[in-house]
Design a protein. Structure first.
Ligand code: MF3
Ligand code: CO
Ligand code: CO
Length: 281
């Protein structure tokens, strides 16, 4: 989600705007959580399903079509990205120096590419949003390292989630890990509250920041953590198609995303895949 700018005015007017316009963070009921679990599992299953197809020679458009048909016909669900604010396809496919929101096209994957596939499904009105990196054939040590460190950034962020944690704690942990490896954190996009609404603006999860600052987590919150980490500088550029975000210096970029629920005791990953079971009970 693109970070929303804050608008401040002065004095009484500011108070009025703040009271009227500041949206409340939505705490999910147990009925809503049950639906979020279903939507999250379906999104995870799309990534599990597509894995064997991510091979040299396949186009990102073909990957899109396979995911689309699986979501619509097999899951009886809705691909949330299709027509979302005009996005033309059902998944995002971000290859190599593409940071996020890559539009599936005719170009074929080749050995050595790294690709993020980002899937959001709507089931019974609720959203599940998740993405992972796939390595296409043998990849460079550099690409594998960036992919691994970025996944660690996501996992470290998730491990911090529990009631009482501040949003700034999550960002600080992610930034520290990325920068310790001389990588940079993309600032313009953030994780987001999620539920009946795809991007709940009231909850923005920055992937950088200061520990101990920001909103305190409460059981029943659902949001994504989705760090975008660059091998080079953090700066990005939007392509003329209005969607594709690339690194300004053309360095490699990686992203991993999960939808999580804050529980009474910690965190539940709503989009956990089978391959992750050994790491998260
Ligand atoms: N799934 C992306 C996210 O993590 C959003 C994609 S919006 C789209 O928030 F329109 F580009 F599909
Ligand atoms: Co998201
Ligand atoms: Co996503």
């Amino acid at each position: 989600m693109r970070i929303s700018p804050k608008v401040y005015t002065i004095g009484q007017t500011w108070l009025a705007i703040r009271m009227v316009k500041l949206p409340k963070i939505h705490i999910k009921s147990s009925e809503e959580i049950a639906k979020m679990r279903v939507a999250g599992r379906l999104a995870a299953e799309v990534l599990e399903m597509i894995e064997p197809y991510v091979k040299p020679g396949i186009s990102t458009l073909e990957l899109n079509d396979i995911c689309h048909n699986y979501i619509v016909n097999h899951q009886n669900a809705i691909p949330a990205c299709l027509n979302y604010r005009g996005f033309p396809k059902s998944i995002c496919t971000s290859v190599n120096h593409v940071v996020c929101h890559g539009i599936p096209n005719e170009r074929q994957l080749k050995i050595g590419d790294v690709i993020n596939i980002d899937v959001t499904v709507i089931k019974d009105d609720y959203h599940g949003d998740t993405s992972k990196m796939f390595l296409v054939g043998e990849c460079s040590i550099m690409a594998r390292r960036l992919t691994r460190i970025t996944q660690e950034c996501l996992y470290l962020g998730i491990q911090a989630v529990k009631p009482g944690t501040k949003l700034g704690d999550i960002g600080a942990i992610i930034q520290k890990h990325a920068e310790a490896h001389h990588y940079s954190v993309v600032r313009e996009y953030c994780g987001h509250g999620i539920g009946r609404v795809f991007h709940e603006d009231a909850l923005q999860v920055l992937h950088y920041g200061t520990a101990g600052t920001g909103i305190e987590l409460v059981a029943g919150m659902t949001f994504t953590i989705e760090p975008m980490i660059n091998a080079g500088k953090r700066f990005i550029r939007l392509l003329p198609d209005g969607w594709t975000v690339v690194t300004k210096d053309h360095s490699l970029s990686a992203q991993w995303e999960h939808t999580v629920l804050v529980t009474e005791t910690g965190v539940e990953i709503l989009t956990k895949r089978k391959e992750e079971q050994p790491f998260f009970s």
